[in-house]
Ligand binder design. Structure first.
Ligand code: SF4
Ligand code: SF4
Length: 424
C-alpha cells in the first residue's frame, strides 16, 4: 500500500486570515507553512494549459519532491457526471492532458487516469460514460495514459485512520496502491460543502454504491467532512492540480453556472490549496467545512497567514461576486446566542421543478435515506427522512433539483431566497 505523505512544506506567509487581507500579505518563512502555486491560464487552448500546468507544478514545490514517479502513477480528475466540458461540471480534458504531460516531463512512465463518478451505484457503466462525454478518456488516451473506472476494479476495506473507534473505509484499490497519486480537481461551489476542491475531490476514490452508503452512515455535514478528512489521511496525494480556468459558481457542483476564473492552482498540501481556492472565491477558508475539519486534523495548513502563494499574487486574482449556492449546508455566521435557532432555521431540503423533471428516477435510486418517491409529475421528498446530503441535486441530469429552507424564516433570515438566481 502506498504510504508517501505530502512533500515538505515550503516557506513564507500571509499577514491576515481574511481573504482580502491575505491578498495584501507579505512573505515570510517558518515551520508549518505551505506553498500554493497560482498561475494564470485564460483559456483551454491546449498549449496555454500545458504551459500553465507545467509552471504551477514547478512553483508548487512538488518538483524534486514527487516520489514514486518510477512506479504506477494515478491521475484522479473530478469526473462527476456525463456532461460536456463547456458545462464546467467535470475537470476539463485539457487540464488532464496537461497534467499527464507535466508528469511525463518529470519522469513518469506508467500513468493511469481514473475515477468513480456520481451515481455510479446505479449501473457499472456510469463512470465509463462520464469519462467519454467529459472528453477525459480521449484526452488521456491521446497522451498515452490508460483510462479506468474504479467501479470496474477491486475495492478494499481498510481501518479508519482515526483508530479502532473510527469507521472503516471502503476505497478503490487503485488509488491506494498507486505509487504516486495526483489529484486534479475542478473549482466549483457545492450545495453541501460550499466549495469542492482538493479535499472533496478524493471522494471519487469511493467506488460505486459505497458512496450512497457513506452518505447514509454519515448524515450530518460534520460527519461527512470527517469522512472526507479520513480519505485524505489515507490516500495522501503527492500533488493537487486544480482546474480553475472556468469554475462553477451558484448551484454547484452540477447545476451551477460556469464562471471564468482563469487560473491553475497547484500544491502538495490539499488544505492549503483549498484555502487559496476559497480566498479566490471570496470565502473565508474556515467557512468551508472540509477545509476546517482537515486543518483541525493536521492534514494541512488552512490558515492563509501561513500559506505562501507562488506565482500570481492573490490580490490580483480574487473573483468579485462569486456566487455561492442558494442555501449551502453551512450555517452562516451568527451571534453565538442565536446559533441553535439559526441551525434550526438553516435546515435545508431539496425541491423538484416539475417543468425540468423527466421522471428518470436517478434521484430516487440514489437517495441514501430512501426519502424520495417518484410521484406522477416529479419526485416527492419525505422531509423527516431526508438527511440533506443533496445527492439528488448533484446527480440530477436535468438540473431539476433546487434547494429550499425547510422553515420559511430561513430564507428571510439568510437572505438568499430558495432557488439559485438562474433558476428563478
Ligand atoms: S428530479 Fe432529476 S433525477 Fe429526479 S426524476 Fe426528475 S429529472 Fe430525474
Ligand atoms: S432527498 Fe435528496 S437531499 Fe434528501 S436524503 Fe435523499 S438524496 Fe439526500
Amino acid at each position: 500500500m502506498r504510504q508517501e505523505g505530502r512533500s515538505a512544506d515550503a516557506t513564507t506567509d500571509f499577514t491576515t486570515a481574511s481573504p482580502v487581507g491575505a491578498a495584501t500579505a507579505a512573505s515570510g518563512s517558518g515551520p508549518g507553512m505551505s506553498t500554493v502555486a497560482v498561475v494564470r491560464c485564460e483559456s483551454y487552448d491546449q498549449g496555454l494549459v500545458d504551459d500553465a500546468v507545467r509552471e504551477a507544478v514547478r512553483l508548487s514545490a512538488a518538483v524534486g519532491g514527487l516520489a514514486g514517479l518510477d512506479g504506477p502513477v494515478l491521475v484522479k480528475p473530478n469526473v462527476l457526471a456525463a456532461r460536456p466540458p463547456e458545462d464546467a461540471v467535470d475537470t476539463h480534458p485539457a487540464v488532464v492532458a496537461a497534467v499527464i504531460a507535466a508528469l511525463r516531463e518529470l519522469g513518469a512512465g506508467d500513468i493511469t487516469v481514473g475515477d468513480s463518478s456520481g451515481g455510479a451505484g446505479a449501473r457499472t457503466d456510469v463512470t465509463d460514460e462520464a469519462l467519454q462525454v467529459s472528453g477525459i478518456a480521449r484526452a488521456a488516451a491521446g497522451r498515452g495514459a490508460r483510462v479506468v473506472s474504479f467501479d470496474r476494479e477491486d475495492a478494499v476495506s481498510i481501518p479508519s485512520p482515526r483508530g479502532p473507534d473510527g469507521p472503516a473505509l471502503i476505497l478503490a484499490r487503485r488509488p491506494l496502491e498507486a505509487r504516486c497519486l495526483v489529484s486534479v480537481p475542478k473549482l466549483k461551489t457545492h450545495t453541501l460543502t460550499l466549495l469542492t476542491g482538493a479535499v472533496k475531490n478524493l471522494y471519487g476514490a469511493v467506488p460505486g454504491a459505497a458512496k450512497r452508503e457513506y452518505h447514509r452512515r454519515n448524515p450530518s455535514l460534520a460527519e461527512f467532512a470527517a469522512l472526507l478528512a479520513d480519505i485524505v489521511a489515507v490516500l495522501r496525494p503527492a500533488l493537487h492540480v486544480v482546474d480553475a480556468v472556468v469554475a462553477m459558481e451558484g448551484s454547484g457542483p452540477s447545476a451551477g453556472t460556469p464562471r471564468r476564473v482563469g487560473l491553475i492552482v497547484a500544491g502538495t498540501d490539499p488544505v492549503a490549496v483549498d484555502a487559496v481556492l476559497a480566498a479566490v472565491a471570496g470565502i473565508a477558508p474556515e467557512r468551508v467545512p472540509t477545509t476546517r475539519v482537515a486543518a483541525q486534523r493536521g492534514l494541512g495548513q488552512g490558515d492563509l497567514r501561513r500559506i505562501r502563494v507562488a506565482g500570481t499574487p492573490l490580490a490580483e486574482v480574487l473573483v468579485p461576486g462569486f456566487r455561492l449556492p442558494a442555501a449551502a449546508g453551512v450555517v452562516p455566521h451568527v451571534p453565538p446566542f442565536l446559533t441553535r435557532l439559526a441551525v434550526s432555521l438553516a435546515v435545508t431540503r431539496p425541491t423538484f421543478r416539475q417543468e425540468a423533471c423527466t421522471r428518470c428516477g436517478v434521484c430516487v435510486a440514489q437517495c441514501p435515506a430512501d426519502a424520495l418517491v417518484l410521484g406522477r409529475h416529479r419526485p416527492a421528498v419525505d422531509d423527516e427522512r431526508c438527511i440533506a446530503c443533496f445527492c439528488c441535486h448533484e446527480l440530477c441530469p436535468n438540473q431539476a433539483v433546487t434547494v429550499r429552507y425547510r422553515h420559511p424564516l430561513g430564507a428571510l433570515l439568510f437572505g438568499r431566497g430558495n432557488d439559485p438566481p438562474h433558476l428563478r
